[in-house]
Ligand binder design. Structure first.
Ligand code: PMP
Length: 416
């Protein structure tokens, strides 16, 4: 569904109505109205998504795919309808290319394991970037340890932008895959992934994109990007935890071996030999996270009803509002100043430990994240212990920004 009218980022009436869909936001924390600015870690859930879970368990809970009875068929229809929604949401060619996983981490592990089994030889190279989340670093490191392949890294500059002028030198005839984060969770940098994908494809190298921080905040079309693999998590896009997606081009899914063995992923089993199920089921062993998939479909309906362009504009409006005000606070040090950024502000206040700032903000009802954000190599490059990260979602308000800035000013006074 696309919105019939284009929604303006400052349309208070519209966005207040949207905010009211999120029951958790109506509470006080430590005696203050909750200001939830930890959206990059996990998003909140609208009532419509919560209701879809209750509806599933109260009306058609049953295992999917193998039952002839009515409830099982209803569950299977809803489950497969959600797969179609994901397919359309990201512009994939076929629902066979949508593999349900536990989340981004699980998706990357699935790919790193199966890809390394089939494609990696000693001295082959996997190219990642200096700003990867550990989820798109450690699984490749493990794959390299298993196979004798080597991990190489595209560096980034002090602004938090990839140094893509080095790409030509880093791509060699040993490069087997490039894996890149679309939007950095720690810096907010939006990487030019289309440029990297086109360059890689000129050398016949496949590309995986970690889309955990992109898919909830901007339109993503995997066909236009022409990426070979794309991973994301439901819980960052208004769906429950424990559900995620690995998109992969069908040709790759046909080529790669299964990840886990068990029920559902088989076609025929005997003690002598097992043959595998057709796509996408070859990669979905065992009973899936049924209500998670159904609720993910509902979350996609919800986001599409607002429109991803409107969501992006709203979040950047809130980001810019907050950034301008933060910039006037003495000692404010932004970490990550890329020209193209998402709605994440990672920062330090000179002379104050990020953890201390986070604790004082929490006492005023402000939820931000502090620490290394599962990106220790970034912190090492900047030689800092961590940052404070405020990340905005479309359901945040101008008042959230105001309270956040006032709370920081108070904390700075207390801690200086
Ligand atoms: N990649 C990025 C860029 C992330 O921000 C995250 C979550 N912080 C992940 C991967 C891992 O996602 P999950 O924990 O949902 O598997």
């Amino acid at each position: 569904m696309t919105p019939t009218v284009s929604i303006q980022p400052q349309d208070a009436l519209y966005w207040n109505k949207i905010r009211n869909d999120f029951p958790i936001l109506q509470q006080s924390v430590n005696g203050y109205p909750l200001v939830y600015l930890d959206n990059a870690a996990s998003s909140q859930k609208p009532q419509q998504v919560i209701d879809s879970i209750v509806h599933y368990y109260t009306t058609y809970n049953a295992n999917v795919h193998r039952g002839v009875h009515t409830l099982s068929q209803k569950g299977t229809d809803a489950f497969e309808a959600a797969r179609k929604k994901v397919q359309h949401f990201i512009g994939a060619n076929s629902e066979k290319e949508i593999i349900f996983t536990k989340g981004t981490t699980n998706s990357v592990n699935l790919l790193a394991y199966t890809f390394s089994q089939q494609m990696l030889m000693p001295d082959d190279e996997i190219l990642i970037t200096a700003m990867e989340h550990h989820a798109n670093l450690v699984p490749w490191q493990m794959a390299c340890e298993r196979t004798g392949a080597k991990l190489r890294v595209i560096p980034m500059n002090d602004e938090g932008e990839l140094q893509l002028d080095q790409l030509d030198n880093l791509i060699t005839d040993k490069t087997r895959l490039i894996s890149v984060v679309h939007v950095s969770n720690a810096l907010g940098t939006v990487n030019p992934v289309k440029y990297i994908i086109d360059k890689a494809h000129n050398h016949h190298i496949p590309v995986m994109i970690d889309g955990a921080q992109a898919i909830p905040h901007q339109p993503v079309n995997v066909k236009e990007l022409d990426c070979d693999f794309y991973c994301f998590s439901g819980h960052k896009m208004c769906a429950p935890t424990g559900i995620g997606v690995l998109y992969a081009k069908q040709t790759w899914l046909e080529k790669l071996p299964p990840f886990e063995g068990g029920g559902e992923m088989i076609s025929d089993v005997s003690f002598e030999k097992t043959t595998y199920n057709e796509l996408p089921f070859k990669f979905e062993a065992g009973t899936p996270h049924i209500e998670g998939v159904i609720a993910l479909g509902q979350a996609i309906d919800y986001l599409e009803n607002i429109g991803m362009d409107a969501i992006y504009a709203r979040e950047m409006y809130l980001h810019n509002l907050a950034y301008e005000k933060l910039n006037t606070i003495p000692g404010f040090i932004p970490v990550g100043k890329a020209a193209k950024k998402a709605s994440v502000i990672s920062f330090l206040i000179d002379g104050i430990h990020p953890y201390d700032l986070g604790v004082i903000l929490d006492k005023q009802g402000i939820a931000v994240r502090t620490g290394h954000h599962c990106t220790q190599p970034i912190m090492k490059q900047f030689n800092i212990p961590g940052t404070v990260r405020a990340s905005f979602a479309f359901y945040n308000s101008e008042q959230d920004v105001e309270f956040f800035i006032a709370a920081i000013k108070k904390a700075v006074k207390m801690l200086s």
